[in-house]
Write a protein that binds this ligand. Structure first.
Ligand SMILES: *Cc1c(COP(=O)(O)O)cnc(C)c1O
Length: 635
């Protein structure tokens, strides 16, 4: 299993092994030199070249790399796919996308979406006053929608009404009946006609992680009864013409197109009846849900999706058209709030490997007449391993090894003998693993063998800060080395992060057919960095992260690829310093330094260091305070 190096290994085998083409959405590839490349234009750019540029700019690993062109391209694909579906179906109203800020609130990302989305009138969706403030200051083009979800207090509503005065296409989506009186009262007293939507509670159940967003017990949306109450209240207030939008959200990452179709049908039924009740509806908003195929399996698993973007758009458009045409209801403008699918592809977490632990047998000792009988028993077993005996030998070596450990505990076996025994044991396991490679079916009792021999690669990143969904919901992201793909990756490894928390590990990977417990990697080389990339991390990961062990925000670099194969560093942001993260948990860096100065001063008084040494010590303390929270290399 380990160490067999195939000289004829080809980069396309690496591409196949890591599935780049299955999950990369045409944005990532492998170059003939064995580097992962980003491609949106005619020429590809190696991520390794971008890393070299970072090092020249003193941007240390880990770095979150954003590729602006990919964000642009995803907005374009979404809008163009809806436009094509609308043209094909003969649908009579346009599509309007809105980007839900919560999915990635970072200023660069939202600004980029607004700028590039302007030519499609791509708007924004907000769920709080803070997000509303972002939207109001960033959406400067007329014609884009501003959809306000979430609980809205007086101030929130006032902001929205003033925005309408300024010409924004701002909609209040009523999530709970209690919002309505405030909207009615405020708009009357400010003398502004509001634009309103209602969020309906969907009964359609969808599969996937976030299926509780739908169904009877969903915490969002109005029940049938509440909808009728809202309609009646609006009619009484002579404001039924303000109710122009119907909103629903089935959940995020919906893997099955059948679930999407049935959700759209249910939404249309609400739409039809609300229109018949007299609401002046002209927008239907399906929320999020457009999934990302993280595993590349093109299936209805949670980590995947069984449809392409074009199919999603065609399903939404055709289903709305068919359902409404049958009831002779005019076509509304179709709105979706895709977040994940828009931003996931554009970000890659890059980090270096700091160290590895392997579980190899080291020195082989010769049998000795004074050997403890358990060592002799282990040796005999080990010599007997063959395809026929492998299962029995596997049990036996475990048995003798545990006897050996017991004997050690009782003082009957010394440390040196135990080390010899552990070595024989490990050597036997490796030879058994080699035999398994050639077997068509792995015996059930041996299914954990490979994992127990896997290397541990220690990565310079914090799972809790940069990849919280791996920890929280067992999300899978594509992970692979970004260089050396012209070499066969002969090691099998799990990844550990730098937090030293036992949860800070990754041991589920996208395999070729199913989820794999180990990731094939290359042996690390002395004095040469080994870089891995975690892909498709642009959605939800950046702001859900926490300060576990006080590892802070990573450095962030935004690049723009040029058509000629060059690239520009569009933006760079240095991550948190140690002083920054200490401030987050209410320490005062100045005060900390003062304490340390005083301690050092005492050491001077007591004659343990000189005043000059004290200066050096304080300088180093201060430099650390301003340094990166991750493992820093001296370049
Ligand atoms: C979270 C959320 C979205 C985004 O969903 P994605 O599946 O990420 O596209 C859209 N609308 C609402 C109301 C949401 O809560």
């Amino acid at each position: 299993m380990h160490g067999k190096n195939n000289l004829a290994w080809q980069v396309k085998q690496s591409a196949e092994l890591y599935g780049v083409e299955r999950w990369g959405n045409d944005y990532f590839g492998v170059s003939p030199e064995g580097n992962v490349t980003a491609k949106t234009l005619t020429k590809e750019v190696a991520l390794l070249d971008i890393i070299h540029g970072m090092i020249e700019r003193d941007l240390q690993m880990p770095v979150l790399l954003r590729i602006e062109n990919i964000l642009d391209a995803q907005i374009m694909r979404l809008n163009e796919a809806f436009a094509a579906a609308i043209a094909n179906a003969g649908y009579t109203k346009p599509y309007r996308g809105v980007y839900p800020i919560k999915v990635n609130q970072q200023a660069q990302v939202v600004e980029e979406i607004a700028a590039f989305g302007a030519r499609y009138h791509h708007g924004l969706e907000v769920g709080s006053k803070a997000e509303m403030i972002i939207a109001l200051s960033i959406l400067t083009q007329p014609g884009s929608l501003l959809i306000c979800n979430g609980y809205k207090d007086d101030k929130f509503i006032e902001l929205g009404l003033q925005a309408i005065k300024l010409g924004y296409d701002c909609f209040f989506v009523i999530e709970t009946p209690s919002e309505l009186p405030i909207i009615i009262e405020r708009s009357k007293s400010m003398n502004i006609r509001p634009k309103m939507g209602v969020r309906v509670k969907m009964v359609s159940k969808v599969s996937g992680h976030w299926n509780s967003t739908s169904g009877d017990r969903s915490i969002f949306g109005l029940t049938a009864n509440e909808l009728i109450t809202v309609v009646d209240r609006l009619r009484e207030a002579s404001m039924l013409d303000c109710l122009q939008l119907m909103h629903c959200h089935l959940g995020s990452q919906i893997p099955s197109i059948a679930d999407i179709r049935s959700g759209v049908i249910e939404a249309c039924r609400y739409y039809i009846d609300l229109a018949r009740e007299g609401a002046a509806l002209s927008y239907i908003d399906f929320g999020g849900g457009l999934a990302v195929d993280y595993s590349g399996a093109n299936s209805s698993d949670n980590q995947s999706r069984n449809y392409a973007l074009e199919e999603y758009c065609a399903t939404v458009v055709n289903t709305v058209k068919d359902t409404l045409d049958r009831e002779a209801i005019a076509h509304p403008t179709i709105v979706t709030e895709s977040g994940r699918a828009v931003v996931a592809y554009a970000s890659v977490l890059l980090f270096n490997i700091l160290d590895t632990t392997t579980f190899e047998a080291t020195h082989q000792s010769q049998p000795d007449k004074n050997d403890h009988p358990l060592l002799t028993a282990l040796r005999n077993c080990s010599e007997n391993i063959s395809a026929e005996t492998v299962e029995r030998c596997y049990e036996q070596v475990h048995h003798y090894r545990s006897e050996l450990r017991d004997a050690f505990k009782q003082g009957k076996v010394d440390l040196r003998s135990r080390a010899v025994g552990e070595n024989i044991f490990l050597d036997a396991l490796h030879r058994m693993a080699d035999i398994l490679d050639d077997m068509s079916e792995i015996p059930a009792c041996m299914s954990g063998l490979k994992l127990s021999l896997a290397d541990i690669y220690y990565g310079n990143f914090s799972l809790f800060q940069s990849l919280p969904d791996i920890w929280a919901i067992d999300q899978l992201f594509p992970i692979m080395p970004i260089h050396r793909l012209d070499e066969e990756p002969v090691r099998q490894a799990v990844l550990a992060d730098i937090t030293c928390d036992c949860d800070g590990k990754i041991d589920s990977f996208i395999g070729q057919r199913e989820v794999a417990k180990t990731l094939p990697l290359h042996p690390i080389k002395v004095a040469e960095e080994y870089y891995l990339g975690v892909f498709l991390v642009g959605a939800y990961q950046e702001t859900l992260g926490d300060l576990h062990n006080l590892f802070g925000d990573t450095n962030v670099v935004s690049v723009r690829l040029n058509g000629d194969g060059s690239f520009d560093f569009a933006k760079e942001m240095h991550g948190d310093t140690i002083a920054d993260v200490l401030t987050y948990v209410e320490y005062d860096p100045k005060r900390l330094e003062l304490n340390y100065r005083n301690t050092a001063e005492r050491a001077v008084q007591e004659g343990r260091i000189t005043a000059a040494e004290r200066q050096q010590i304080i300088k180093a303390f201060r430099a650390s305070m301003q340094g990166y929270t991750y493992y820093e290399r001296e370049h």
